[in-house]
Write a new protein. Structure first.
Length: 332
């Protein structure tokens, strides 16, 4: 064989080897690209499933049914149902799907459990309680006073005694308890104060607080050295209240002279003063900022312990809040 023939065969072999190598590299690159795309789409499917969980939580709060979304490329379906025997726990299953240009799809499924705050009126057993001195007409008793004034006969108020039962807590209808007891916001509501503020239906300060017609969860910030003054007016009957729900005042508050009615829970982080004809049905809690602060009750205000109104107030918080307590990925 001459040299020209050997060179031709060698060139052919080299070309064949290079072609095989280039083909192998090309196939490997294509496979890696496909794996990367599949991993990206799988991650997207998981995010879509998580979006379905978030929507299910919103539907729980809004008392809506199950949801779904299809925007042409991403699809999620989510369902939720109450856990038997536990009304404040919900099971959620959400499936996220990414539709591929090739016609196929990738799916991921998430199972979760969400909880809404339990309504526990037993945490609020008093009509009014203060972590500092509680003074009635200038008469201060003890370092941490708790006072129970039972709700009057509902028939005298024109109320249904089944919904508004009369509560006789202590003989004679009045009960004092003197204890050196602190007040813990988290223990009462199940949330830290900052979390409640973030969940509130309305957040005001002492300049724009409307005073009347408040409902839901209301938070009011009062700067140190200033006082939130509630001057009464508006509804003066039990069925036409000035305010309902949970009212949290971060600062000093005064229920001034005039008619003012509130049904639910009032929580004051500061000093509390009440006079005039203020009526409260539910529970008032005063967390004094300093040990020397005292809360004063003058005039003819009445604080009635109403379990029904406490439960209704806590339901306003429950209706605003649901959060995930467990999460796991399941097979679609």
């Amino acid at each position: 064989m001459n040299k020209r023939g050997v060179a031709l065969i060698l060139a052919f072999v080299v070309t064949l080897v290079l072609g095989l190598l280039l083909g192998s590299v090309f196939l490997k690159t294509m496979n890696e690209n496909n794996l990367v795309k599949r991993n990206v789409n799988s991650t997207r499917a998981l995010w879509v499933a998580e979006a379905g969980v978030a929507q299910a939580v919103r539907n729980i709060l809004g008392h809506n049914g199950n949801g779904n979304l299809n925007n042409g490329s991403y699809v999620w379906t989510s369902t939720f149902w109450r856990t038997i025997g536990a009304n404040d726990y919900y099971n959620i299953v959400s499936t996220g799907t990414v539709l591929l240009p090739s016609g196929g799809s990738i799916r991921r499924q998430v199972s979760a459990v969400a909880r809404t705050p339990a309504v526990d009126a037993d945490r609020f057993p008093f009509s009014i309680v203060s972590s500092g001195d509680l003074c009635f007409g200038g008469n201060c008793r003890g370092d941490a006073d708790r006072f129970v004034h039972p709700q009057p006969d509902p028939l005298t108020l024109g109320l249904d005694p089944v919904l508004y039962p009369q509560e006789i807590v202590c003989p004679g209808g009045v009960c004092w308890e003197e204890r050196n007891t602190g007040i813990n916001f988290l223990d009462l509501f199940g949330f830290e104060a900052n979390d409640i503020r973030a969940l509130a239906n309305n957040v005001y300060n002492n300049n724009n607080f409307p005073g009347s017609g408040i409902s839901g969860v209301t938070w009011v910030d009062v700067p140190v050295g200033q006082t939130l003054s509630l001057t009464g007016g508006g509804g003066s009957s039990y069925n036409n209240p000035n305010g309902t729900g949970i009212l949290i005042v971060n600062g000093d508050v005064e229920m001034a002279a005039g008619q003012y009615l509130f049904r639910g829970i009032i929580y004051v982080i500061g000093r509390f003063a009440a006079r005039g004809t203020f009526d409260g049905y539910g529970s008032v809690i005063v967390q004094a900022r300093t040990e020397i602060e005292e809360s004063t009750i003058n005039g003819t205000p009445d604080f009635f312990h109403s379990r029904f109104d406490i439960e209704e107030a806590l339901r306003t918080l429950s209706a605003n809040t649901a959060f995930i307590v467990s999460w796991s990925e399941s097979m679609p």
